[in-house]
Write a protein that binds this ligand. Structure first.
Ligand code: IMP
Length: 204
């Protein structure tokens, strides 16, 4: 869709619901093939919830689900701490951390080392989105959905100030426009079909 010159920051859909469905199917198939005896999927609250819900339903092996939550020690400090721990014991089991997006990598690196200490058979990382350009800590991603470069994205679990997690698509968020007129911005997303800037990752 050609952009409206009156609205230079027109919302841009990065992944449609159908594209997300395709990514989920691909990742679920890869994970089912990797773990024929099943795995424990660990959702990172709260952004991973829609992705995790679709992922587990597309998997064809026995799956357990649990959740963890982390929070920064202080804004901009780059350190995180555990807010909610697992209920399950993952010792001897194959565990997969399920993320909405791996950005700086700080959260995922922290969670991976935290889980390693519990002596699982393996720990893998599955993420819907990978923003490698922002990486601060190296993180090995075993199952990757799509790569993004946009500085901020919303939808399908990803929020801006607690909203938009329930959008069925993923869009580049112009934070200024969102703040100025959030409802008009989100309404416009559903009329936009420009998907040029997202490339499905080759790996995963
Ligand atoms: P990290 O920088 O890799 O530790 O990412 C931490 C968390 O920040 C992610 O799991 C997301 O929940 C959140 N996050 C990072 N980038 C975005 C974004 O563009 N939109 C919404 N949430 C984000």
């Amino acid at each position: 869709m050609p952009s409206d010159p009156l609205r230079p920051g027109e919302p841009r859909v990065l992944l449609t619901a159908a594209q997300i469905e395709g990514i989920v199917a691909r990742l679920a198939a890869a994970m089912s093939a990797r773990y024929p005896a099943g795995a424990v999927l660990i959702g990172v609250l709260r952004g991973s919830v829609p992705f995790l819900a679709d992922l587990v339903r597309a998997m064809t092996v026995p799956v357990s689900v649990d959740f963890m939550a982390i929070t920064p020690y202080a804004p901009g400090q780059g350190r995180v701490r555990l807010l909610k721990d697992l209920d399950l014991d993952i010792a001897g089991r194959d565990a997969v951390i399920v993320e909405d997006i791996v950005d700086t990598g700080l959260s995922t690196a922290f969670l991976r080392s935290e889980l390693q200490r519990r002596r699982p058979r393996s720990v893998a990382v599955c993420t819907l989105l990978d923003r490698r350009v922002r990486r601060v800590v190296p993180v090995e991603i075993d199952f990757a959905g799509a790569e993004v470069t946009d500085p901020y994205v919303i939808g399908f679990g990803l929020d801006h100030e607690g909203r938009y997690r329930n959008l069925g698509l993923i869009a580049a968020a112009d934070v200024e426009l969102l703040t100025a007129d959030a409802d008009a911005y989100v309404a416009a997303l559903y009329g936009s079909t420009d998907t040029a800037e997202v490339h499905e990752s080759a790996h995963g």
